[in-house]
Design a protein around this ligand. Structure first.
Ligand code: NI
Length: 185
């Protein structure tokens, strides 16, 4: 018997998706424009299309209330999506701790009038050409430049590169933002 819940997964998106749950362990993913269903993809367990496993979690009511409040504020449309993101976040944390492959961006602001700074930045980037995928330079004003360096590589190498850039005299502010490489499902 299919349950009655149909949840809108992405608000504002051109194509809206609805997820229906059923108690016979099947997920129905419906894709449509406005509430008009145009496509139905049926995902069953172990069929080679998807390996979605359904499992139960027991927890105290107060904890669940707090969790529901949190996921509402963060605009999740259902608990499953929120739990999936929490798991991915923890797996990414493991990848960072265990020096696995990650991707992200080093962003920094510097005064290009600082003596030798430009040469030092360019030298550093040439030394890490295997890690650096691309970079973008924006002239913010007469003195200040913003540089965004896209990186992919081992988390330890990337952290060291970011630290080296931030430590250069004349670099006023730098930050490192890391994500997984998309291999975590
Ligand atoms: Ni500039």
């Amino acid at each position: 018997m299919t349950t009655h819940t149909a949840r809108k997964k992405s608000e504002g998106a051109k194509a809206e998706s609805f997820e229906l749950s059923s108690n016979d362990h099947m997920d129905f993913h419906l894709t449509g424009t406005h509430k008009c269903v145009t496509k139905i993809i049926l995902i069953t367990h172990g069929d080679g299309v998807s390996d979605i496993i359904r499992f139960g979690v027991s927890l105290e009511k107060g904890l669940l209330d707090n969790f529901d409040d949190l996921i509402r504020r963060r605009k999740y449309t259902n608990r499953s999506e929120a739990i999936r993101d929490l798991i991915r976040q923890e797996l990414l944390k493991r990848d960072l701790e265990e020096d696995r492959e990650v991707a992200g961006a080093i962003t920094f602001i510097y005064d290009h009038h600082q003596r030798d700074l430009l040469n030092k930045i360019i030298d550093l980037q040439h030394d890490h050409q295997e890690t650096i995928q691309s970079s973008q330079h924006i002239h913010l004003d007469h003195h200040n430049c913003l540089e965004i360096v896209a990186v992919k590589g081992m988390s330890g190498d990337i952290s060291r590169l970011a630290d080296n850039i931030k430590a250069l005299r004349g670099v006023k502010h730098g930050s490192l933002s890391l994500s997984g490489t998309g291999k975590i499902k």
